[in-house]
Design a protein around this ligand. Sequence first.
Ligand code: GYE
Length: 305
Amino acid sequence: VFALAQGLPKLAVKKTYKVGFAQTESNNPWRLAQTKSMQDEAKKLGWQLVYTDAAGSAAKQVSDVDSMIAQRVDAIFLAPREEKPLAAAVKKARAAGIPVILLDRNVDQSLAKPGVDYVTFIGSDFVKEGQRAAEWLTKKMNGKATIIELQGTTGSSPANDRKAGFANYIKKYPGMKIVASQTGDFARDKGRQVMETLLQAHPDVTAVYAHNDEMALGAIAALEAAGKKPGKDVILVSIDGEKDALQAIIDGKLGATVECNPRFGPKAFETLQRYARGEKIPAKIINPDRFFDASNAKASLSTSY
Ligand code: GYE
C-alpha cells in the first residue's frame, strides 16, 4: 500500500516524531558517544527514539530496520555496518514510505542513491581522513617506512575509503611501503591479536596505520608485549580522536590521530526537520574534523569522549 513508484517519501511537518536509530554496535567509545548524542537530542526535542543495536551483525541490522518499518516510525537514522547488505534495507524503508538518513557510514552507491533511495549521508570524508594520516606519517618518517595497516570492518565504507585515501597518498613515496594489511574489525582486542600475529611475520615494522584509535591502542599493547617501544621503535597513526587515544599521544605512544566526530545528534535531527519543511538537502553533509598530535592533545583532552 505504501509503495512509491519513485522518489523519496514525504515527511509531514509535526511537533514531535517517532524516529528510529539503527546503531551498528556498541563496542567502543566512538559508538557510545554517537548513541548518547542521538539520545540527548531526541530528549531535548521531546521526540520518541526507537533505538536498536545490531551488535556487530549486518544481518541483525537489516532485521532491526524491518522492525522499525513494522512499527511505522516516521523516519530512520541508519549507521550501516557494511556498504552492500544495508543498501537493501534502505530501499525497503523507502518502499514502505519511510525516509532514511544515513549516519557516519555510507551504503554502496551503485545499489542505493542519495535523493532517490535515502535523503542524505551525514558523516566524515573518510578518504580525506586516510590522506591526512598518510601525510602526517610520511612527514614523520621522512618518506621511509615499513608499514602494517590495520583495517576497519570489512565491507564498511570507512574501511574502504580510509584504505584508499592512505594508499593514494603514499603512492608518490616509494619508500613508504605497506608490508601487511589486515582487518581488526575496528575493535581493540582484535587489533591487538592481529598485530601480534603480523609482528611475527614482520619484526622489522617501523610504522602502523590503524583505521581507528581502538585498533591502534590494541597494536600498542601488542608492541609492548613484544618488547618494542611504541612511539620510538614503531610510529603509530590512527583515526577518531577518542580520549584514550589523546592520552596515548600525551604518553608518547601514539603519534597522531585524525578526528572523526561522533556527535551527530543536533545535525541529524535538524536535517530531518529541514527535510520535512521541503528544503533541498545536499547528497552529502560532511562533518569538519580536527587533527590531534603532540602539539594539541593535552589541550584537547577535555573536549574528547
Ligand atoms: O571510526 C569507528 C567506528 O563508522 C566512522 O566506526 C565510523 C567508524 C569509527 O566503529 O571507530
